[in-house]
Design a protein around this ligand. Structure first.
Ligand code: F6P
Length: 547
């Protein structure tokens, strides 16, 4: 069954939310806390090692009720069933969306076109496990008989961002292999990586779902040429493996068929790190850690599928995001992780969220007249506090933020962890309460400031507060908790796509630029270039004259 095509703005609950918004938009969260001593408990979800406090949001119980009504009215329950059971919810590409099947237990059955795909998934997992063990233990060796020391992941978009983010996030769990990621078609990227490599001990993992992506194939060719300056064609089989759905193209590239790790077209690129696309993750942290990552995601899948909406973490986070995006007209959301390990987390989420929900046509093919996909951005705390927090605290824009933090540090430095987490808590508190004129005056008086100074400085030192945050507290960063966290955002994306009545699993918006780049590439060699606008024409000529 296809997803329903319900225009959310035509629902009863949307209208009710509109009216409700007018009555609550100016409420101060700190007053809501003062009025209800149970607010924090009421708006906190505890699940496994997750503690999700969403009480610092501009909502009342009525807001939550209406948002939950909206979820019912747009058919979220049925949509979740369609999502998990392999129906073609990626209608525009005629595909199921089954990254959840990649982390399902062996005993489950998930049908695609009447065929259970779980056995195939486990076949590939076994291949990943065996290969990982053989590389890590040194059973498989390079062409001169040496153990592998380095792994280069060659891919872009979902074939890069997920594995790169996970490898960085789990670097505490890493083994002796050094991992590199080459994604950009910028030749300086690949050449900087080459500088660090020894061809005798480097394994190349080419990751491309389609195996047609310009960037990945260019980088793979460059690395193969570099390799062939040292090894021979016969040595390629020992050093190059590929992950793809396009087996013929991979063979055409010269990869040994035994070195192909298949994936399936029902796994979207930006949701593919759980498939063989995660091979570099498995190589870097070992298969059992890769498996724990998948198990964590599966636990979140079960939570999302079975939990009532009012206690369902991805559902609540998605509805809050809709509340700000569509009623407060907030333009963006920040994700601030208080862990340096999650340095690339926001970048990873940008593809997941913006490639999925950056759509302006609804599921019936009509232009939407409401906002969809949020802009997503962020950097780890505390660094971001010293960079862009000024704007969140005192700028003109409303920027709801997710604060992600871990109770325990991995290296066990409690002193640092206490400082880190005091900042986490302080920032959410500051964003909630702000600082009143009265407080500023008191503070300046204590510093013996003159009346004139106080008068002059007062307006600049006031913090309006009332800035919403979600506090996502997790006990410890482990492969399993990371799996849960990533899956939590994947399901948040899904819920928002359902509410906004858009197709979240295609990405036609990335095609046009690719097509034009191919034309322009030809024009670099043409005497008379094809028709471009005057600006592009001049820029093209400028480039040709300088390159
Ligand atoms: O950017 C568009 C896109 O198709 C992404 O969705 C995908 O993750 C990326 O390109 C890479 O594609 P492939 O894995 O087929 O090389």
């Amino acid at each position: 069954m296809a997803l329903p095509t319900i225009n959310p703005t035509k629902t009863k609950s949307w209208n009710a939310l509109n009216a409700h918004f007018n009555s609550v938009k100016d409420l101060q969260m700190k007053d809501l806390f003062a009025q209800d001593s149970n607010r924090a408990d009421k708006f906190t979800l505890k699940w496994e090692d997750f503690y999700v406090d969403f009480s610092k949001n501009r909502i009342t119980e009525e807001t939550l009720k209406l948002l939950l009504d909206l979820a019912e009215e747009v058919g979220l329950k049925e949509a979740i069933n369609s999502y998990y059971s392999g129906e073609e919810i990626n209608e525009t590409e005629g595909r199921a969306v089954l990254h959840t099947a990649l982390r399902a237990p062996k005993t489950e059955s998930v049908l695609v076109d009447g065929k259970n795909v779980i056995p195939e998934i486990y076949e590939v997992k076994e291949k990943i496990e065996k290969f990982t063990k053989e590389i890590v233990d040194g059973k498989l060796k390079g062409y001169t008989g040496k153990d592998f020391t380095d792994v280069v992941n060659i891919g872009i978009g979902g074939s890069d961002l997920g594995p790169a983010m996970v490898v960085e996030s789990l670097q505490y769990y890493k083994n002796h292999l050094t991992t590199h990621f080459v994604s950009n078609v910028d030749g300086d990227h690949v050449n900087e990586v080459i500088k660090k490599l020894n061809p005798e001990t480097t394994l190349f993992v080419i990751v491309s779902k389609t195996f047609t992506t310009q960037e990945t194939l260019s980088n793979a060719n460059t690395l193969r040429e570099w390799f062939l300056k040292h090894g021979t064609k016969n040595d390629i089989a020992k050093h190059f493996v590929a992950v793809s759905t396009n087996i013929e193209k991979v063979k055409g590239f010269g990869i040994d068929p035994n070195n192909i790790f298949p994936m399936w077209n029902w796994v979207g690129g930006r949701f593919s790190l759980w498939s063989a696309v995660g091979l570099t993750v498995s190589l870097a942290v070992g298969y059992s850690n890769f498996e724990s990552l998948l198990n964590g995601a599966h636990k979140m899948d079960t939570h999302f599928k079975t939990q009532d909406f009012d206690t369902n973490i991805p559902v609540i986070l998605a509805l809050l995001s809709v509340w700000y995006n569509n009623f407060f007209q907030a333009e963006s959301e920040a994700v601030i992780a208080y862990s340096q390990y999650l340095n690339q987390f926001a970048t990873y989420l940008q593809q997941g969220i913006m490639e999925s929900n950056g759509k302006s046509v609804d599921r019936a093919g009509n232009a939407v007249n409401y906002q969809t996909g949020t802009l997503i951005w962020g950097e780890p705390g505390t660094n971001s506090q010293h960079a862009f927090f000024q704007l969140i605290h005192q700028g003109t824009k409303l920027i709801p933020a997710d604060f992600i933090g871990f109770a325990k540090s991995l290296h066990g430095n409690k002193e640092h962890q206490d400082k880190l987490m005091s900042n986490y808590l302080a920032q959410t508190e500051a964003l909630l309460n702000g600082k009143t004129a009265h407080e500023v005056i008191n503070e300046l008086e204590k510093q013996n400031a003159s009346e004139d100074t106080i008068k002059k400085q007062l307006p600049f030192k006031i913090f309006a507060g009332n800035k919403p945050t979600n506090s996502i507290f997790i006990e410890k960063l482990t492969p399993e908790s990371l799996g849960k966290l990533i899956a939590m955002y994947e399901h948040k994306i899904f819920v928002q796509g359902v509410v906004w009545n858009i197709f979240s699993y295609d990405q036609f918006g990335v095609e046009l630029g690719k097509q034009l780049a191919n034309n322009i590439l030809k024009d670099f060699e043409n005497k008379n270039s094809s028709n471009h606008d005057a600006s592009t024409e001049r820029l093209l000529e400028y480039y040709k004259s300088k390159r």
